[in-house]
Write a protein that binds this ligand. Structure first.
Ligand code: AMP
Ligand code: TRP
Length: 336
């Protein structure tokens, strides 16, 4: 554990739709910042995605589209290990071991489970319930020190830490206890239509989210129709959640500070603010979208990246799983 040159990062996104600005600012932007200083494992977590029903053809397509979006956002395939979760079977195996060490009460408390089960009562499957255990397995398999994610994953991160500590205490020091890494202002990018809700790719109202891959016109239109308030002053305040969210997005997409943006629009109305903000967001997304479209034309290249990624990921995952199996008393398979 202690002999590694660089600290290790693990993170993942579900291939359950196109990436939103929330995914980008909450997670992917941190990933690109951290990739030079850490040994990074980034995964398209398709096993998590099937905890809600997915069309097989669409899931397949979205998995490679997600990879193209990772690369378009600046994740360098030569520096990082990028792979499909189901290609490394150790995830499912460690998940099982950790399931036997997780209390029902811990999972019952998970707010994401409570929200999702409220929405899809017809499909209350056990996988949705144990989802956070699989996430802990993802992280612990790679002995990750740091996990860059959005705010909504805080509770899941706590479980991953608790399970690492529990295993280490019950057996012997096996897992690194991981830390969450959350961006400051954009750990929770809010919906453009209901700014008290997080921006989500599964929102039924398409005006609520911005997709990295959508057209510039669509993005600009969505920003211009974002819900604000009747105050009429561009101010960074909890009383104006719509404007606050737009300022956060504007700031993160241009690297201008919140104060700078507020002073730029002193004495100006929401129209001017939204117009210029839309332009700035569109310009930042343009190269990402272009690179994404280019990559989609090169499926062989994408395939070569996830093939290489799975091979590299598996080496580390297998080492951890072997240790775990030893600790818990599974006898090793002997080759004849
Ligand atoms: P998901 O799309 O649920 O797989 O989420 C992938 C990553 O994006 C996770 O790290 C999430 O925490 C992050 N994320 C998703 N939605 C948002 C949001 N609205 N604001 C900030 N981060 C987000
Ligand atoms: N649960 C995460 C999400 O929905 C995705 C995920 C799965 C993940 N495994 C992970 C994130 C491991 C970080 C580390 O956003």
């Amino acid at each position: 554990m202690g002999d590694r040159e660089k600290k290790v990062i693990f993170s993942g996104v579900q291939p359950s739709g196109k990436m939103t600005l929330g995914n980008y600012l909450g997670a992917l932007k941190s990933w690109t910042k951290l990739q030079d200083d850490y040994e990074c494992y980034y995964s398209m977590v398709n096993m998590h995605a099937i905890t809600v029903p997915q069309d097989p053809e669409v899931l397949r397509r979205q998995t490679t589209e997600l990879l193209a979006q990772f690369l378009a956002c600046g994740i360098d395939p030569d520096k990082n290990t990028i792979f499909v979760q189901s290609h490394v079977h150790e995830h499912a195996e460690l998940n099982w071991v950790l399931c036997t060490m997780t209390y029902m009460g811990e999972l019952n408390r998970m707010t994401q489970y409570k929200d999702k089960s409220r929405k899809s009562e017809a499909n209350l499957n056990a996988g949705l319930f144990t989802y956070p255990v699989l996430m802990a397995a993802d992280i612990l398999l790679y002995q990750a020190d740091l996990v860059p994610v959005g705010d909504d994953q805080k509770q899941h991160m706590e479980l991953a830490r608790d399970l690492a500590n529990r295993f280490n205490a019950r057996f012997s020091d096996t897992f690194v206890v991981p830390e969450g890494y959350y961006p400051k202002e954009t750990a929770r990018v809010m919906s453009l239509q209901e700014p008290e809700k997080k921006m989500s790719k599964s929102d039924s109202n398409e005006k609520a989210f911005i997709l990295l891959a959508e057209s510039a016109e669509t993005t600009a239109k969505k920003i211009k129709s974002a819900v604000t308030d009747s105050v009429g002053i561009v101010k960074y305040s909890d009383e104006q959640p719509g404007i606050k969210n737009l300022i956060n997005i504007y700031s993160a997409m241009t690297d201008k500070s919140v104060e700078e943006i507020v002073s730029m629009y002193e004495g100006k109305g929401y129209g001017a603010f939204k117009g210029e903000m839309a332009e700035a967001v569109v310009e930042t997304l343009r190269p990402i979208r272009e690179k994404y479209n280019y990559l989609l034309e090169n499926p062989d290249y994408l395939e070569s990246i996830y093939a290489k990624g799975a091979e590299k990921a598996q080496i580390r995952a297998a080492q951890t799983l072997e240790k775990v199996y030893n600790q818990i008393g599974f006898i090793p398979k002997k080759n004849k």
